[in-house]
Write a protein that binds this ligand. Structure first.
Ligand code: FHN
Length: 433
């Protein structure tokens, strides 16, 4: 893979900044509970391992999995309306169940369930029609093949499984049109090697030369494993460079925003509550403000945000997720120019409440939690003659003055407000150093 190929391939991705992650599979049918007992700790897509459900029992869920309310066009429209420029859906998670029609395994949604359709095909078509780029998640870890459903997932006949894995990737990359992103997952399993990663990366790029592949196709250092609720590297930022994967096009911090950019292209993936897969009793939803602040923080450091939804057993995206995505979409309609196609400015943040991005000679100050007083002081941009200040979404002229070497701006009263809080406000500065 030449650097030029990488640079040209990443162009749209770097401009996109924001995508939808979708975790949907047999586990969605269970909603986080097994035989009436809720799995409170592990995310719901891990229930097979958390409850040590043998494959012969787990596969029976397929008999009842019939998400008749699934509407691919509605999902693509929701992503587009939220300002998400690409989507990544689980084609096969660790449980080994294929959410697409596979000739290599009848343990798939089209052949093993009353639903009988191929949602990957329907979603690929819907994304194509709606201008949202289509991507897939694929897990190397596979509890249909392993001795036990466990994090290590030891597979007795690994050679045969590896052939199956490559065959499924061939199916996914030749049947559904352009696949913009391939998100591998499960690289921590001992049997997966960097050599496998190179071989699979070569295969995928031979089938879709423009495809963007994450670092988990390779073999990240174990440092990326979760410790105390946050990856080890999140506690020791200097380790980030060490732990970044050496294969693929971008690194994948998960459920946290790195304190410093990890170097190269990177994307934080994050849940809106605490579970990737649908968990009916998980109501710990992040607020819209938190989610927009996360997006602003990620982008101000040059990263992308892949924000997750976990559709339920009927094929519906949970209402709390829909509400948040619609609010974020409204905010991006007004303020998207401070996110899309931007690059980090010389200063990424000023205190806890201000993030900076830059584009086409302008600097954007994203005020995460606008003060009631409406007076904003910006210490980082240096005022110059001819500096022009506006607030995105507000036509009114902005009063501002210099105070020593800082800007003091008066925000108009009618900036973005939401029930009980105030959405971030964006000040655009032209002509500052
Ligand atoms: O084990 C998976 C988990 O279920 C989820 O898919 C996340 C999303 O990136 N990845 C792994 C945990 O790092």
């Amino acid at each position: 893979m030449s650097e030029t190929d990488h640079e040209s391939r990443m162009q749209w991705w770097r401009e996109a900044r924001f995508g939808m992650f979708i975790h949907w599979g047999l586990y969605s049918q269970l909603g986080g509970a097994w035989k009436g007992r809720q799995e409170k700790r592990a995310p719901s897509e891990w229930i097979m391992a958390a409850k040590q459900i043998p494959h012969r029992q787990y596969k029976k869920i397929a008999r009842d999995f019939n998400p008749v309310e699934f509407d691919a066009r509605a999902w693509a429209a929701l992503a587009r309306g939220a300002g998400m420029k690409y989507m990544v859906i689980t084609s096969k998670h660790h449980d080994g169940f294929s959410m697409f029609r596979s000739a290599l395994s009848d343990y798939n949604i089209a052949d093993a369930t009353p639903f009988g359709r191929d949602p990957v095909a329907e979603l690929a078509a819907a994304c194509g029609d709606s201008g949202v780029r289509f991507g897939l998640y694929y897990s190397q870890l596979d509890w249909r093949w392993s001795i036990l459903p466990s994090p290590l997932g030891l597979i007795p006949n690994y050679r045969k499984y590896y052939k199956f894995l490559k065959g499924q990737l061939e199916e996914l990359l030749t049947r559904y049109g352009p696949v913009a992103v391939l998100f591998f997952d499960g690289d921590w399993m001992p049997q997966w090697t960097k050599r496998n990663g190179r071989d699979v990366e070569r295969l995928c790029r031979s089938l879709q030369p423009e495809i963007i592949i994450n670092d988990r196709v390779g073999k990240r250092l174990i440092l990326d494993s979760f410790v105390a609720g946050k990856p080890l590297v999140a506690h020791f930022p200097f380790l980030q460079k060490m732990s970044a994967g050496h294969l693929g096009d971008y690194v994948t911090p998960e459920q946290y925003v790195p304190e410093r950019p990890p170097g190269g292209d990177w994307e934080t993936c994050m849940t809106m509550n605490t579970s990737w897969g649908y968990k009916s009793f998980d109501h710990e939803w992040k607020s819209v403000n938190e989610l927009i602040a996360t997006l602003a923080t990620v982008v101000s450091n040059g990263g992308n945000l892949l924000l997750n939804v976990g559709p339920d057993e009927k094929g519906n995206i949970p209402e709390p997720s829909v509400v948040r995505l619609r609010e974020i979409g409204k905010w991006l309609e007004i303020n998207g120019e401070c996110i899309y196609g931007t690059t980090p400015w010389r200063v990424s943040s000023e205190g806890p409440g201000i993030r900076y991005t830059a584009k086409d000679g302008a600097v954007y100050a994203i005020i995460l939690d606008p003060p009631g007083s409406n007076t904003i002081t910006l210490k980082s941009p240096r005022p110059a003659d001819g500096t022009k200040i506006t607030v995105l979404g507000v036509k009114k002229k902005i009063q501002w003055k210099r105070e020593n070497s800082a800007f003091v701006a008066e925000l108009p009263k009618d900036n973005n407000e939401n029930a009980g809080g105030r959405l971030p406000v964006v000040i655009k500065l032209n002509g500052v150093e």
